[in-house]
Design a protein around this ligand. Structure first.
Ligand SMILES: Nc1ncnc2c1ncn2[C@@H]1O[C@H](COP(=O)(O)OP(=O)(O)OP(=O)(O)O)[C@@H](O)[C@H]1O
Ligand SMILES: [Mg+2]
Length: 382
């Protein structure tokens, strides 16, 4: 099956699904997760009452993309009335969200005993907070795949952690009362308080987890590029999402090279052929997904204006500027090629003259000649 046989996809299905509350955007490092999640949040803000974009990547770059500083509290994005952004670090316990210093210290002790529980707790705290804020849709710009999958497996981590604490209750009891004395706390911050807090976290996590598993409320958008490693990682991601029962039916293939009228480079054409192979595989593997292709731009996508301009390709398929075929176009191409030919002949002429003058610097002149013929090749292919 070739890519030409399949209707082009967009992300309109996400914009039209007005029950959606949580939209995760994930994929391999550097493929365009932050760019795509930012644009999705801008598009969602046009159709929803209020949208929050959260970066859970410890190496945040929402601030770079929107060219505005964000913190762990939602901030209105400049130029919008209903789009907010925040950057949270899931690796660091948020000690300023509804806690007590002593209890938090005990928690950090606990977290040494149960790996991953601190991350689970701070993610849960953050979700609990966000839940109460009443945004109509929340977009997550996630960290590269491995990290994201870990976050999505948190409910079971927490549940296991809780079971472990319960089973070690007597052991922990001793440790906790020792710690309590050490921190000079009374009983209300002791064992019962800690178990109580774990229980309430488990409730939040379970509630959120139920929402995450509901395809009416939650979807995961996979971002990738048409290359082997990205295809491989997307497949791994899709399989893992199926395991944790999170809906996914959108793939965004970023950085696609199109055969534009002014593409003459051999290298680009070779890359295009390579991309075509992987594009075909994406379409074959994900024939029941909405696949959106985005062009590779000659520049970065930063600032609200660039994001808005690029967002066009999310709602209607990108049209490359290949108007080849009409007589006018062919004539225009011929005149461009003639000009290039004249330039290159002049360059060749200069090299020839140089060669006559400096017979002893033969090596360098030969090099220049090779360069000249290479540019002829580049000009006449395609
Ligand atoms: N289609 C594109 N054309 C040109 N540049 C792009 C395109 N998409 C993204 N970029 C640029 O590529 C860089 C990486 O994109 P982005 O930050 O969105 O990726 P990421 O997946 O979030 O990366 P990381 O894994 O580091 O978080 C940015 O500088 C961005 O402006
Ligand atoms: Mg990013």
């Amino acid at each position: 099956m070739s890519t030409a046989d399949i209707p082009e996809g967009t992300v309109r299905n996400i914009l039209e699904q007005d029950t959606l509350k949580w939209v995760f955007v994930g994929g391999k490092g550097g493929v365009g997760k932050t760019t795509c999640s930012s644009i999705l949040s801008i598009l969602l803000a046009q159709v929803r009452s209020s949208v929050l974009i959260i970066s859970t990547d410890p190496a945040h770059n929402l601030s770079d993309v929107f060219q505005q500083r964000f913190t762990k509290t939602p901030t209105l994005v400049n130029g919008f009335s209903n789009l907010y952004a925040m950057e949270v670090d899931p690796n660091v316990e948020n000690d300023d969200i509804g806690g007590n210093e002593g209890v938090d210290s005990l928690f950090s002790e606990l977290s040494n005993a149960i790996p991953g529980i601190d991350e689970a707790m701070s993610f849960a705290e953050m979700l609990k907070l966000v839940q109460t804020m009443g945004y109509s849709c929340i977009v997550f710009d996630t960290a590269p795949t491995g990290h994201t999958l870990r976050l999505l497996q948190l409910p079971s981590t927490l549940e296991k952690g809780l079971q472990k604490v319960m089973s070690l209750k007597s052991k922990f009891g001793g440790l906790i009362s020792q710690m309590t004395r050490l921190f000079g706390l009374d009983d209300e911050f002791g064992e019962e308080a800690i178990l109580g807090r774990l229980e309430s976290m488990k409730d939040v996590i379970e509630k959120v987890n139920k929402q995450f598993k509901d395809p009416d409320l939650t979807t995961f958008v996979c971002v990738c590029i048409p290359e082997f490693l990205s295809l491989y990682e997307t497949e791994r991601l899709v399989q893992e999402l199926a395991k944790v029962e999170i809906d996914t039916h959108n793939v965004i293939i970023n950085q696609v090279l199109y055969d534009e009228e002014d593409v003459e480079s051999k290298l680009l054409k070779a890359r295009m052929r390579m991309q075509k192979k992987y594009l075909d595989q994406f379409y074959m593997l994900y024939d029941d997904f909405n696949i959106t292709k985005l062009p590779l731009l000659p520049r970065e996508v930063t600032g609200v204006e660039s994001l808005k301009a690029f967002s066009r390709n999310f709602i209607s398929p990108y049209q490359p500027s290949t108007s080849r075929g009409t007589v006018e176009d062919v004539e225009r191409r011929i005149s461009t090629l003639k000009l290039q030919l004249e330039d290159t002949e002049a360059e060749l002429d200069r090299h020839r003259k140089g060669k006559q003058k400096a017979g002893h610097t033969r090596g360098r002149v030969e090099g220049a000649k090779v360069g000249g013929s290479a540019s002829f090749d580049l000009m006449f292919q395609g």
